[in-house]
Design a protein around this ligand. Sequence first.
Ligand code: ASP
Ligand code: MG
Length: 437
Amino acid sequence: MSKVLKFGGTSVGSAANMRMVAEIIKAENAKVTVLSAMSGTTDSLVKISALAKNKENVDSVLSFLSDKYTTCIKDLLNTYQSEALKKCEQVFSGIKDAASTYNGLTTEKQILAQGELLTSAIFTFYLKELGYKAQLINIPDFMFIDENGKVDTNKLREKINPEIAGSDADTFFITQGFICTNAEGKLDNLGRGGSDYSAALIGAAIDSSEVQIWTDIDGMHNNDPRYVENTYPIRKMSFDEAAELAYFGAKILHPATIQPCKEHGIAVRLKNTMNREAEGTLITNDGDSQKRFHAVAAKDNITVVRICSARMLMAYGFLRQVFEVFENHKTPIDMITTSEVAVSLTIDNDKNIESIVEDLKPLGKIEVERNSTIICVVGKIGYSQAGLAAHILESIKSIPVKMISYGASARSMAFLVDSEYKKEVLRLLNNNLFNLC
Ligand code: ASP
Ligand code: MG
């Protein structure tokens, strides 16, 4: 069965890396290869778009980007060099034009899409130069979102399968992650880091056996290597565990990626382009039956909202009213704890916090506290076994804990601390949990 391989920005960040990618897709016999833009591109395009919005000059950022792409093309291509340089010039003059006639979000999205379009075009030229059968798929002709950003997976399936079936079996299909067409028929995207999600959607649409996400680390780690020594890649985990971790800051995999693969039973393998031999992480429905604790992850910039109200006592419908306020402001709630007279909940996007607080005021006394961090322990933390929650909390007994979430699922326990304690908590948990298998 076919495989979909996705390569992140660093994996396609230079000519040398693109050569490695070509070797990998050959060795893995990839049916579809989904590419991000070369590293740093989307950030630069965001900058360009912000400058254009303020009617400022975009030339220096643009020439930084075009130098990067030109260098790559000159290093990578011979036969197709002039064609690729021409494409590059077209793209950059297109960005300049778009910037000079900036017209809101539509222009911004058009600008943001160019990195993936250019990178995939260059890589396809390279495969052709190597003598491979390669076909570039323009994903905006296949991936459509509605007004709410929801992808039309039926349309993707209906359109992409005949496209693939129409070519020789040994053709490598190269396409763009991240980008799509919106309800107005304009270029749009699936959100920052969305290429992983593109790969998962394509994998599901073509009934692939495996989606591989290639980055620059050896899989998902059991803890954050920036703060803790002796972390290691997790060999196997379940989709549900990966979903908990992906949300809680394990940035290696975009959280939305998991759903399509889980639903279609497609294995997801996380691999390292720079260290191909490393096993990486395999995510399946089964996971790893041996391990008790899999990983610890943290998420910063959490805001706590506390609602204290005597009206909640014995009342029904109170929580619905609270949730409705957040829903009206399109703000997801992450963690929640309740007592008889109070509710505490956390959000990571506090853009609308002022109006949320205004709308909550009729419900009770409201407090808002920023600079918190959620720490999540993922593993088999079932409720039927005594001592597991105690073991976790015992490990961090020296730290003030502001909220605890336990019992929602049998695979995670999360708690909230002031962000200043984050590193300490990660270290304490590392020392105490991962010897207990
Ligand atoms: N290039 C896009 C970004 O930087 C999408 C991706 O890499 O997943 O967000
Ligand atoms: Mg990414």
